[in-house]
Design a protein around this ligand. Structure first.
Ligand code: FES
Ligand code: FES
Length: 152
């Protein structure tokens, strides 16, 4: 098909091969083609972090990337963070600290938290706040989100 391309990516440990339009955003590929709807769209222009995914080990805004650009890469979405019956420590912390209100920003916040902890498991609160600068929450006031990410 014209303006389509076959891509092969590993998503949450599973190899996926699809032929997709070249203009398809990674966000739409993940949500509409793969039905992984934990990844959210809010601003659609790289400002809010709701669409965060981990691409080749780095957190990115999937609304700003064409899916075809990820050919051959490894991607993790929020669905890939928990083990089958077991939430990650950070996911569990979000529950225990009551860090979720509407929940729309939370997949991106959890992924950002996983990245922050991976970089430095003992990041200070100020470092956590600085690294969360690309993730916007309109409900919680952030304190409980930082509580959930902090390793104490
Ligand atoms: S929807 Fe991608 S950064 Fe807001
Ligand atoms: S919990 Fe509603 S936007 Fe963060």
């Amino acid at each position: 098909m014209k303006n389509s391309k076959a891509i092969s990516v590993k998503i949450n440990g599973k190899q996926v091969e699809k032929t997709i339009p070249t203009h398809l955003r990674l966000l739409d590929f993940i949500r509409n083609h793969l039905k992984l709807t934990g990844t959210k769209e809010v601003c659609g222009e790289g400002e809010c972090g709701a669409c965060s995914v981990i691409l080749a080990g780095k957190i990115v805004n999937s609304c700003l990337i064409f899916a075809v650009e990820t050919n051959g890469s490894e991607i993790s979405t929020i669905e890939g963070i928990a083990k089958v019956d077991e939430l990650s420590e950070i996911q569990q912390n979000f529950i225990e600290h009551h860090s979720v209100q509407c929940g729309f920003c939370i997949p991106g916040m959890v992924l950002a938290g996983e990245e922050i902890r991976k970089e430095n498991p003992h990041s200070t609160r100020d470092e956590i706040k600085e690294k969360l600068a690309g993730n916007i929450c309109r409900c919680t006031g952030y304190k409980k989100i930082v509580d959930a990410i902090e390793n104490n």
